[in-house]
Design a protein around this ligand. Structure first.
Ligand SMILES: O=C1C[C@@](O)(C(=O)O)C[C@@H](O)[C@@H]1O
Length: 235
């Protein structure tokens, strides 16, 4: 299935529950890409059940799919070893169109990156700081290494506690205009940050399909309503 790489703003719908797997294709949601948070889905289903349900949904998908399996260190919801995560990423490789990998943990599952990259699937390299704002200087110093890996998107999902932090994040667009950014805030400024950052050029914006996957994450329906009202996307 084709990843909508040509779109300037890609709306990603996060699915975290069994209900979400079942309902996503039936509802006509304003989504360009479905994110499957397997670490969250595994709270409700056994591994065997989750694999069966997800494969069933993905083999006849009508929207491109993104696979995310976060470890606890990356803000994930269940404890999975690096080899368990690698195994799951490999099993679902034929059924998804893109993958989200945490930059700081990449060396532990580098073979997953190589597999997806060689297969031409889209790669999102992410950094999450769910409980604090990012050390921007530290991040900028690691940008050359990140760029060497040629990710399709560089994603930052960080807690924003005041407007100066939001402003600091927006500076990345002007300092590094050639990077395909996916920038978003978590917490009280979650929705405002997604509106501002999407208007300025963030390529991916996340909302939830079934339940919030992060503090303050808006629903995809709320995002669409705000974006249309403000003229960020057409009605
Ligand atoms: O990294 C992200 C962004 C996110 O944390 C959000 O804030 O919308 C939601 C997660 O499911 C996704 O993997």
């Amino acid at each position: 299935m084709n990843f909508p790489i040509e779109k300037s703003l890609i709306i990603v719908g996060s699915i975290s529950t069994r209900y979400g797997i079942k309902s996503a294709f039936e509802n006509h949601l304003p989504i360009d890409l479905l994110e499957y948070r397997l670490d969250s889905i595994l709270l409700e289903l056994s591994l065997k059940e989750a694999i069966a349900e997800l494969r069933g949904a993905l083999c006849c998908r009508s929207l491109p799919a993104l696979l995310t399996i976060r470890s606890k260190k990356e803000g994930g919801l269940i404890e999975l070893s690096d080899s368990e995560r690698s195994d799951l990423f490999e099993r679902f490789y034929p059924f998804v169109d893109s993958v989200d990998l945490e930059w700081q943990q990449l060396s532990k599952i580098f073979k997953v990156y190589s597999l997806y990259k060689k297969g031409g699937k889209k790669i999102i390299l992410s950094i999450h700081t769910l409980d604090r704002f990012l050390d921007l200087d530290g991040f900028v110093s690691s940008l050359p290494q990140i760029q060497q890996l040629e990710p399709d998107f560089v994603k930052l999902a960080v807690k924003i506690e005041n407007l100066s932090q939001l402003k600091a994040l927006t500076n990345l667009f002007f300092s590094f205009p050639d990077i395909p950014w996916a920038l978003m805030g978590i917490g009280d400024y979650s929705t405002l940050s997604r509106v501002v950052l999407s208007a300025l050029g963030s390529r991916l914006v996340y909302g939830y399909v079934d339940k919030p996957a992060a503090l303050g994450q808006p629903s995809v329906l709320d995002l669409k309503e705000s974006f249309q009202r403000l003229g960020i996307i057409k009605k």
